[in-house]
Design a binder for this molecule. Structure first.
Ligand code: FA5
Ligand code: MG
Length: 377
């Protein structure tokens, strides 16, 4: 019934580039059979940064085109090797097919390595423009921007028969740079020639952000053979594939790709659907909780005053993460008000001992009694 929590952490002191190595349940040697992450569908979770990026892009496409893009975000990540590779003209000996790159389920099925795995099926189904989002899996390196599961969005736009390649290329570039402007504002961007077996010509879009060029997406004019094989003859089109985590890490200032998989409420509480806000780092060390229950005295009591006292006791080291009112009632006979506050102590850089937290908390109680005229229960 009481929702009166105050964050007394000084967020300016929070180290955004902290190492979160030990804080998460990351299974580096994930295999297909026991991966906990298959089916998590972060891109479908309300309020999740990946969902916000996804819907921002979807809204951008559908507000800049009069004919809507069909939206797909729940196609199974288990695909045939035909859909993932053959249909995209990826040669049989291409590195991306190897057992050291791809999570195979059997000789003919794998976890999709990119959302391009759905391209030819959707074109064959007659869709002329669509966005397709999903989790993709690669045996990739592990560092702060690479993770064996990440999320991609694929976009395809088909054109009337006979549309010149130049027109398609120009449309591709203007639509995608418009999308980048919607996400990043007025940034510098550049098109870099690239190679993909399934597009020709191919380009990568890079944007200059925080002092460096960042690869945002791969794209190009779809190889006609793919469209022919999908039963749509000489109809031309473009396609792109982008990494949602990379965009979200930059826009939300999320320092480590593993944070997206966190179940820590301190991560999720920071985000609301559709809002791009800067992530505030938090500590990986365990919290220590202490409650303080008291009758408020003759003086008028304000919760902020208690926060001041806690801050004062922890002046040398910023050890308090949160002070929240967890219970409040008025005694029916005496008419006195009782409050119970929970103080969460947590260091950004070490584990606290119970003994030192006890000492701090006793000091908090003593000071509160002396300064606020309260009566400990
Ligand atoms: C592809 O996956 C192509 N299918 C993209 C494409 C689609 C090209 C349609 C042409 C037409 P690439 O492997 O470069 O390309 O990945 C695309 C994006 O996914 C990258 O730009 C990057 O943003 C992201 N990405 C790639 N590997 C990782 C990873 N290990 N972790 C996080 N993001 C990644
Ligand atoms: Mg690339």
């Amino acid at each position: 019934n009481v929702n009166n929590s105050m964050n007394v952490n000084n967020s300016m002191n929070v180290n955004n580039s902290m190492n979160v190595n030990n804080s998460m349940n990351v299974n580096n040697s994930m295999n297909v059979n026991n991966s906990m992450n298959v089916g998590r569908n972060l891109h479908l979770q309300q309020n999740h940064p990946l969902n916000t990026i996804k819907s921002t892009i979807e809204n951008h496409f559908n507000s800049t085109h009069s004919e809507p893009f069909a939206l797909h975000d729940s196609l199974s990540p288990v695909v045939t090797t035909k859909h993932c590779f053959d249909d995209l003209l990826i040669p049989p000996d291409h590195v991306s097919r190897s057992y050291s790159d791809t999570y195979y389920i059997d000789a003919h099925h794998c976890l999709r390595t990119h959302t391009s795995a759905h391209q030819s099926t959707l074109i064959a189904a007659g869709e002329s423009q669509f966005l397709c989002t999903g989790d993709v899996y690669r045996r990739d390196e592990i560092d702060s921007s690479h993770y064996p599961v990440f999320h991609q969005m694929e976009g395809v736009k088909m054109f009337p028969l006979g549309t010149p390649t130049k027109v398609i290329e120009d449309d591709l570039k203007s639509v995608l740079s418009g999308m980048a402007k919607t996400l990043f504002g007025d940034v510098e961007m550049r098109w870099v020639d690239a190679y993909f077996p399934f597009t020709e010509p191919s380009y990568e879009l890079e944007i200059f952000f925080n002092g460096e060029w960042l690869e945002v997406l791969g794209s190009g004019v779809i190889q006609q053979q793919i469209v022919r094989n999908a039963g749509h003859g000489e109809q031309p089109g473009w396609a792109f594939g982008l990494g949602l985590e990379r965009l979200a890490m930059v826009l939300f200032e999320i320092p480590d790709i593993r944070l997206f998989w966190s179940s820590d409420p301190r991560f999720h509480e920071q985000f609301k659907a559709g809002e791009i806000v800067k992530f505030k780092g938090y500590s990986k060390y365990p919290p220590v909780h202490r409650d303080i229950s008291f009758w408020t005295g003759g003086k008028e009591f304000h919760p902020n005053d208690l926060c001041e006292i806690v801050r004062g006791v922890c002046i040398e080291e910023d050890l308090v993460e949160k002070v929240e009112l967890i219970d409040e009632f008025v005694h029916p006979k005496t008419n006195k008000t009782s409050n119970c506050f929970r103080v969460t102590y947590r260091s950004m850089d070490r584990s606290l001992t119970n003994k030192e937290v006890d000492e701090i908390h006793f000091q908090v109680r003593d000071n509160a009694v002396a300064d606020l005229g309260i009566e400990i229960r």
